[in-house]
Every structure is written in structure tokens, then in C-alpha cells.
Ligand binder design. Structure first.
Ligand SMILES: [Zn+2]
Length: 157
């Protein structure tokens, strides 16, 4: 069993945490495990086609139940819908503290997905960011089957 608590330690990124907390279950476990293989899975509704990442067991649009046979692999590329800079983070004890360098966060719609994920952005400055720009995942050098295997997303070059 994968411990979702891992996600809570991803401090300073409250939206990211929120995005990954509501779908614990077999599909979520597979999603996290496969990140260790540098693969991103989504669940595609067999009824309406809406594609959820991270995978959900119930379609948000038509409430159809989805199982492992609904999983589809995504490319790891996507489009930046919006972004922000974060100047403080949680210290793990419920307090905010200032960060040395602002952290960039983006709402990314992965190719083939209909839902949006909130992810850190890297190798880019705030000034260079543009809505609609193509981005790609940068994997951790040694993946571990954790959400943090997706280190950040960077502009596609
Ligand atoms: Zn559906």
C-alpha cells in the first residue's frame, strides 16, 4: 500500500497537495507507483470520454465508475493554462514562512487529459512564462514511485 502521507510533506505547494488528495485508491496507487517508471496514467471515462489525471474512480462529469481498464498513458507534455509565484510556504507545523526564491506554480493540462494538475515550474523565470505555452515534465534523476518523481515542468524546447 502506498502511503499518501508522502504528499503532505510536499510543503509550500498547497494546491498541488489538494489536487492529489481526493483520489486515494487503487488507481491512485498505480498512478503513483508508475511515476517511478516515468509514466503518467490518467483514467478515461468509458461513457463520456472525460480524462482525469490523477486518475479517479468516478467520472466527475457523468459519475461512471472506472477501473484499471480505464487507464491511459499520457505523454508528460501539456499546456500551461495559468501560473503564479509563491512567496511563502508551510513549515510542516502549520505556519507560513517566507521562501528565499519565489516558487513558480502552474496549472497544466496534460496532452490527452481534460482535467488540470497544479505543478511546480522550473528552468524558467516568471517573466518568461506565458499562458498557453507548451511544457514538459522533468523527472527526478532517481525515481522512487512518489509524487515528487515529477520534479517540475519546464517549457518545451
Ligand atoms: Zn464520464
Amino acid at each position: 500500500v502506498i502511503v499518501i502521507e508522502e504528499v503532505h510533506r510536499y510543503s509550500g505547494l498547497p494546491m498541488f497537495v489538494a489536487g492529489f488528495r481526493w483520489t486515494a485508491g487503487e488507481l491512485m496507487e498505480k498512478f503513483i507507483r508508475e511515476l517511478g517508471n516515468k509514466r503518467i496514467f490518467a483514467s478515461r471515462c468509458p461513457n463520456c470520454g472525460y480524462t482525469h489525471v490523477p486518475p479517479r474512480i468516478r467520472c466527475v462529469r457523468c459519475y461512471t465508475k472506472m477501473g484499471e481498464d480505464s487507464l491511459v498513458e499520457l505523454s508528460g507534455r501539456g499546456k500551461l493554462l495559468s501560473y503564479t509565484a509563491i512567496y511563502f510556504e508551510l513549515d510542516g507545523a502549520g505556519n507560513f514562512r517566507d521562501v528565499d526564491e519565489p516558487k513558480l506554480m502552474g496549472a497544466v493540462k496534460l496532452e490527452g487529459a481534460d482535467s488540470t494538475i497544479f505543478v511546480p515550474l522550473g528552468e524558467v523565470s516568471f517573466e518568461e512564462l506565458k499562458e498557453g505555452m507548451e511544457v514538459e515534465v522533468v523527472w527526478r534523476a532517481e525515481t522512487k514511485g512518489e509524487v515528487r518523481d515529477m520534479t517540475y515542468f519546464r517549457p518545451l524546447r
